[in-house]
Design a protein around this ligand. Sequence first.
Ligand SMILES: Nc1ncnc2c1ncn2[C@@H]1O[C@H](COP(=O)(O)OP(=O)(O)OP(=O)(O)O)[C@@H](O)[C@H]1O
Ligand SMILES: [Mg+2]
Length: 316
Amino acid sequence: MITPLANILCFGAAHFDRTLQCTEQFVPAASNPVRTLHRKPGGVGRNIAVHLRLLGNNVAMLGAVGDDGDGEQVIAALSELGIDTRAIHRLEGKHTAGYTAVLDETGELALGMMDAEVYDFLSIDLLADQLPNLQAWPWWLIDANLPATTISWLADNKGGSKFCAATVSPSKAARFAPVLDKIDLLITNRAEAKVLTGIEINEIDQAKTAIELLRAKGVQDVVITLGAKGVVSSDRDGTAFWPPLPTKVCDVNGAGDAFYSGFLACFAKPGATMDAAVSEGLAMASLTAETQGTTVWDLTQDAVHLRAKHAYKKPL
Ligand SMILES: Nc1ncnc2c1ncn2[C@@H]1O[C@H](COP(=O)(O)OP(=O)(O)OP(=O)(O)O)[C@@H](O)[C@H]1O
Ligand SMILES: [Mg+2]
């Protein structure tokens, strides 16, 4: 049987994350000797796009990098995987985004710095000419690193494309608030859902209340991820709680982003159901939590399907 592919255009962040550790006691406002622990590709849009591609889907990425070495490497790394990078803008005189974590001599975070300025240049003007090409993709995954005005413009101009919102962080999640009625699929964690609903989410019932509010505001399908507790999903057929899959946790970084990839790889295919998509989202989150870092490089569709078989829901 030929498995149909999902065709997804991911809008958002692709950059490098660096972690440095002080080799002597951390002194603020001074030059500190450090060693580089790692430099890895990151960014929510990139994380989602790469797992989608590793699962065999047709994937493009729209984003921005500076005219520097990091930018070249970001584009080269995505291209090598077969991701279409033609819509990644190389902006002259700008710097590629990046997150730098400085750990003190004991390994605790002393300073975290996110330079995401280059994404602010992803303006409506920059994208307007490309709109027909963008609308040719049946699914859009929009990460909240895009400017709020661009997100609203995309929501108004999605044409026949389905709009999936990735909320990224509590501060950036608010960028989706004006366009909730145009979002086809919202996947969000509890802190980000609180920004969009005002509801504190600690328990499953609170997630259900938040989902009811989001659906009343016009979001079609919603998933709220609850970390180690699992997820609550909702579509027109009902709302359900799903416990997480049995996982030998190694590093939960990127598990949230991985959920999107597993979910969309399934949901963006013709005839897919919410239940099958949640199962595959949970499977991807579980496989990623068992992996050091945010990317499961040896990913296979079979591994996802095998794990997804253990998912089950409790209707709410
Ligand atoms: N400790 C854990 N044990 C088992 N599964 C987990 C654990 N943490 C996360 N998961 C899985 O990953 C999914 C997403 O996690 P979470 O809600 O923490 O996303 P997030 O806050 O967006 O994470 P991040 O953005 O840091 O990747 C959860 O719904 C769950 O299925
Ligand atoms: Mg997240």
